[in-house]
Design a binder for this molecule. Structure first.
Ligand SMILES: Cc1cc2nc3c(=O)[nH]c(=O)nc-3n(C[C@H](O)[C@H](O)[C@H](O)COP(=O)(O)OP(=O)(O)OC[C@H]3O[C@@H](n4cnc5c(N)ncnc54)[C@H](O)[C@@H]3O)c2cc1C
Ligand SMILES: C[S@@+](CC[C@H](N)C(=O)[O-])C[C@H]1O[C@@H](n2cnc3c(N)ncnc32)[C@H](O)[C@@H]1O
Length: 668
C-alpha cells in the first residue's frame, strides 16, 4: 500500500473543546453526552460489559471510524475496571481493530478528550505509542498485553478488505461509527457490509447509531438479523444486529427462513408453551388467536397444582445444561416481570435440592465440589446439615442446591400470561375447538379441520404438548408422549413441611393451600390420563426410598392425583422453530451421509408459515420462555437470543440432519 496518510487538518474545536469535522459538517460525538452515548450505543449495544468476563475467548472488536478514539478508550476503561474488580485471569483479552481514513493527530485526540478525567490514564498510555507522523497502520499493546489496538489508516472498505483473520480470530463485536450516512455515503458502501460479513465470527454482534433503511437492508442481505433498540439518550433509536444467517458457514441446514414480520398468528395450544409465546409475541405487536380443544386453558400437562421450576443441569458444562441454565435465567426474568407488573400466581423462589441419596450421587457431588463448573448462584453442593437447614426438615443426605429454582402453580401462571398478553395487545382465545388435521392451501395459508368446521391461518404454530404429534406433518418429528401422574398429599395427616423443592428419582414440593405434591410416574407411549392408585403408590414408594428419614406417606393421605402427558424428545431438548420438509432435506443434504463436514450453503427447506413449539419434556416451566423468544425472533425477524449452535440444537430439523449423517434417512 502506498503511504498517502496525513493527519486531518479539517477539524475545529467547539467552545466546550469537542471536535467538529469541517469536511463532513458533523460532530465526532455528542458534546453533551458523548461518553454516555458511546456507552449506550456501542458498549451496551454489544453487551461488552458481560462479555468482558468471559475469559475463555479473546474478544475481537471491529470499528469503522477511529476518530478521537472515544469508543476505544471507553472500552479500554471497562476492561481496566473489570481487571481491578476481578481476578485478571477471569477477564477476557481484547483486540480492538479500527479503521480511519482521516486520522487525527496525537494533539488533536488529547485536546478532544480532555473533558473526561477518568479516561486520561488510558489515553496517555495509548498516545505514548501513537505515531507522531502518519503511518498506514499502528499497533499498540496495553495493560500487559490484555488489550491490543490495531488502527488501519485507510478507507474503511479497502482497509477491511486487506484483513485476513483466522477462523478463531474473527470479529465478535462491531462498532459501526462514522459520520451520518447522509453526510458520508462514501463510507457506508455495499462493499463495506460485504467485508463486515466476511470478517464476522458466528453470532458476531453489531451496533450502530444509524437506523437508516439501507443500512438495515445491507446488514440483512449479508446475514445479520437486525433490531431497532430504544436508547434513553438523545439518539432515541439505534440499531443492534447479530450475524446469524451466514450462508458462508457452509451449514445451510442451520439457516432458518427470514420472513416479513408476522402481523397475526394462530396458535394451537393452551399450556405454558402457547402462553409464553402469546405473551412475548403480543409484546412485539403481533396479534394472536389461540385455538384450544378444552373448555378452559391449562388443562393439559400445564394443569398441575404445583410444578417445579428447575433446569436440567449435568455437572459438566455440556450443551444441554447450557441451554437449561440460560432458560432458567430467562424464565425468572419473564415471571418476575409479570410479578413486578402486579400479576399474581402462586409460587415460591425457594430453591431446589437434588438429593444425593445414593452413593454414585454422593460421589458425583464430591467430584463437583472439588472442581465446580457452574457458579454458586446456579448450583452448589451442600452438606446434609446445610440441606436440612434449607429444607426445614432433618435430612440424612446433602445434595446439589439450585438457589434460583422454586415452584409455581402452572395453571395460574398460564392464565396470568394470557391475561397479561391481552392487557397489552390483541389476543382471541377460541375454546372447545379440536384440530384434527392441518393442510397447506395453494395460497400458502393453513387450513385447519376442526370439530367446529374449517378454519384458516396465515401463520400457524403448533404448541399442542404431547398431542402435537397427532397432527401431520408434526407427527414426523420424534416426539414421544410420556404419561406422568402426580399425587397430592394433605398436610392434615403429615406434619413435615418442606421449605424447598426436593428432587430424588421423583420430586416432593413445599406446601401450598394445605397440600404438597409428590411425583411423578414415567410411562412412555401411554396416552391414558385417568389416575391410577398404583401410580400413587409408586410415588409414595419413591419418596420412602429416597427419604426414609421422613414419616411415611400413606395412600390415605393422598387427596388428589392427576395424570397428564409430557412430550419428550430423544435428546432431552425441546423443539422450537419452523417445521422441516423431510424429503427435501434428504435430497439436499444427502451427501452428509458420506462426509458429515460436507459444506452446503443451500438453506434448509421448511413448510412456509408453519412452526412448532413442543417437546418441553419434564421442564416446560423452565424452557418455555427462552424457546418462545426464539420463535418470536423467527416470526418477527429479530436477532436470536441464543447462538447458532444452540438454535440448531433446538430446531426441528436437527433430528433429520443427524439421521442423514447416521445413514438412518436416505433420499427416496
Ligand atoms: C406428571 C407431570 C409432572 C410434571 N412436573 C413438572 C415440573 O415439576 N416442572 C416442569 O417444569 N414441568 C413439569 N412437567 C412438564 C410440564 O408440565 C410440561 O413440560 C408443560 O406443561 C408442557 O406445556 P405445553 O404447553 O407444551 O403442553 P400442554 O400444557 O399439554 O398444553 C397443550 C395444549 O394444547 C392443546 N391442544 C393439543 N392438541 C390440540 C388440538 N389438536 N386442537 C386444539 N388444542 C389442542 C391442549 O388442549 C392443551 O391445552 C410435568 C409433566 C407431567 C405430566
Ligand atoms: C463520528 S466520527 C467517529 C467517532 C469515533 N469513533 C470516536 O470515538 O471519536 C467518524 C469517523 O469516521 C471517519 N471516516 C469517515 N469516512 C471514512 C471512511 N471512508 N473510511 C474510514 N473512516 C472514515 C472520520 O474521519 C471520523 O473519524
Amino acid at each position: 500500500m502506498k503511504l498517502t496518510v496525513s493527519y486531518n487538518s479539517q477539524i475545529s474545536f467547539q467552545d466546550n473543546g469537542a471536535p467538529y469535522s469541517l469536511q463532513f459538517d458533523d460532530i465526532y460525538f455528542d458534546t453533551e453526552s458523548g461518553c454516555q452515548q458511546s456507552e449506550q450505543v456501542f458498549i451496551e449495544g454489544n453487551q461488552i460489559n458481560a462479555r468482558i468476563y468471559n475469559s475463555k475467548q479473546p474478544l475481537i472488536i471491529g470499528e469503522t471510524g477511529f476518530g478521537t478514539g472515544l469508543n476505544f478508550f471507553l472500552t479500554a476503561y471497562k476492561l481496566l475496571q473489570a481487571i481491578t474488580n476481578k481476578d485478571e485471569a477471569d477477564v477476557t483479552n481484547i483486540h480492538f481493530i479500527s479503521v480511519e481514513k482521516y486520522p487525527l493527530s496525537k494533539a488533536q485526540i488529547a485536546q478532544s478528550l480532555k473533558m473526561w478525567p477518568d479516561l486520561q490514564p488510558i489515553i496517555n498510555q495509548t498516545l505514548a505509542h501513537y505515531p507522531d507522523t502518519p503511518k498506514e497502520k499502528c499497533e499498540i499493546s496495553l495493560l500487559n498485553g490484555k488489550l491490543k489496538l490495531t488502527i488501519l489508516f485507510d478507507d474503511a472498505t479497502s482497509a477491511l478488505s486487506t484483513l485476513n483473520l483466522a477462523k478463531n480470530g474473527k470479529i465478535n463485536a462491531w462498532y459501526l461509527d462514522g459520520f451520518s450516512p447522509a453526510q458520508n455515503m462514501e463510507m457506508w458502501s455495499e462493499g463495506l457490509f460485504e467485508q463486515i460479513a466476511r470478517l464476522s465470527a458466528d453470532d458476531a454482534t453489531l451496533a450502530t447509531f444509524t437506523v437508516a433503511g439501507f443500512v438495515r437492508r445491507h446488514l440483512t442481505n449479508v446475514g445479520f438479523r437486525v433490531m431497532k433498540k430504544l436508547t434513553p439518550g438523545k439518539k432515541k433509536q439505534t440499531l443492534v444486529a447479530k450475524f446469524q444467517q451466514a450462508s458462508s458457514s457452509g451449514k445451510g441446514y442451520m439457516l432458518r427462513p427470514s420472513v416479513n414480520k408476522a402481523q397475526h398468528v394462530t396458535i394451537i395450544g393452551g399450556g405454558i408453551a402457547s402462553a409464553c409465546l402469546t405473551y412475548l409475541l403480543v409484546k412485539q405487536g403481533v396479534k394472536v388467536t389461540l385455538i384450544c380443544k378444552d373448555e378452559e386453558i391449562a388443562q393439559g400437562a400445564s394443569s398441575n397444582a404445583i410444578g417445579a421450576l428447575y433446569p436440567l443441569i449435568h455437572l459438566k458444562q455440556d450443551e444441554i445444561s447450557e441451554f437449561y441454565v440460560s432458560a432458567l435465567l430467562r424464565a425468572r426474568e419473564v415471571y418476575d416481570e409479570l410479578l413486578a407488573a402486579g400479576y399474581t400466581f402462586a409460587h415460591q423462589w425457594c430453591g431446589l435440592l437434588e438429593l444425593s441419596f445414593k452413593e454414585p450421587l454422593q460421589k458425583r457431588q464430591h467430584k463437583f465440589e472439588q472442581k465446580p463448573v457452574w457458579p454458586e448462584n446456579i448450583i452448589l453442593g451442600v452438606s446434609a446439615a446445610k440441606a436440612s437447614a434449607l429444607a426445614g426438615v432433618t435430612l440424612n443426605n446433602g445434595g446439589m442446591f439450585m438457589p434460583q429454582a422454586g415452584w409455581i402453580a402452572p395453571s395460574e401462571l398460564v392464565k396470568v400470561l394470557f391475561k397479561a398478553a391481552s392487557d397489552i395487545g390483541q389476543v382471541k382465545i377460541k375454546h372447545n375447538i379440536d384440530v384434527s388435521e392441518i393442510s397447506q392451501k395453494a395460497d400458502n395459508r393453513w387450513q385447519l379441520t376442526t370439530n367446529k368446521g374449517l378454519l384458516e391461518a396465515s401463520v400457524l404454530i403448533v404448541c399442542g404438548g404431547a398431542e402435537s404429534n397427532l397432527l401431520r406433518p408434526i407427527n414426523q418429528l420424534p416426539l414421544t408422549p410420556v404419561r406422568g401422574q402426580v399425587s397430592e398429599v394433605s398436610t392434615e395427616h403429615y406434619s413435615q413441611q418442606l421449605q424447598t423443592v426436593i428432587c430424588h428419582k421423583g420430586y416432593m414440593t413445599p406446601v401450598h393451600q394445605g397440600k404438597f405434591c409428590i411425583g411423578a410416574t414415567f410411562n412412555k407411549n401411554d396416552r391414558d390420563t385417568h389416575s391410577r392408585a398404583d401410580d400413587d403408590q409408586f410415588n409414595i414408594n419413591m419418596v420412602s426410598e429416597a427419604l426414609p428419614e421422613l414419616p411415611r406417606i400413606e395412600l390415605s393421605h393422598i387427596i388428589g392425583s392427576k395424570a397428564r402427558l409430557r412430550a419428550t424428545t430423544p435428546d432431552h431438548l425441546p423443539i422450537a422453530g419452523p417445521v422441516p420438509i423431510i424429503k427435501e432435506h434428504t435430497e439436499i443434504y444427502g451427501k452428509l451421509a458420506e462426509d458429515k463436514n460436507w459444506k452446503i450453503h443451500t438453506p434448509a427447506p421448511y413448510y412456509k408459515s408453519l412452526y412448532v413449539m413442543s417437546g418441553l419434556g419434564a421442564r416446560g416451566l423452565c424452557s418455555a420462555p427462552l424457546i418462545a423468544d426464539i420463535l418470536v425472533a423467527d416470526l418477527c425477524n429479530l436477532p436470536y437470543p441464543v447462538d447458532n449452535k444452540m438454535r440448531f440444537n433446538l430446531s426441528a430439523n436437527r433430528f433429520i440432519v443427524k439421521d442423514i449423517i447416521k445413514r438412518k434417512l436416505k433420499p427416496e
